[in-house]
Design a protein around this ligand. Sequence first.
Ligand code: ZN
Length: 147
Amino acid sequence: MNDLDALYRELILDHSKHPQHFGLAADGEGTGTSYQKNPVCGDEITLRAHVDGDVVAEVSWEGRGCSISQASASMLADLVADEGLTREEALHLVEGFREALRSRGTIELDEDVYGDAAALSGVSKFSARVKCAMLAWVALEDAIAKA
Ligand code: ZN
């Protein structure tokens, strides 16, 4: 394991132990909620997005499961909630993440774009874990569509 792998591993553990934006924000106008389950691993995520005008103003979530699924949700919520992304920008991020995760290790996520979530690039080499990492991102896509 090289230094970068070690750093990424630590980031994933850190987010799974100290999940960001955990605990669902109040439901209401402009919010969309999505429940997603990965039966293979037993991961569950409920994610709520609040879209204000065209801006994804808030992302909150709850869930349980393996450290990759929980860390991924935490990293995603951090990324989207802090950037004030538009709906389209957020969906574009999900698309790029999906492409990298399905690339079997050939596409690395850009840290400047994905922040801590770039640490999940390595998951794409383990096809059994791709669903774990994707779960929250699929939930965001769905939640935005419903908001
Ligand atoms: Zn999992």
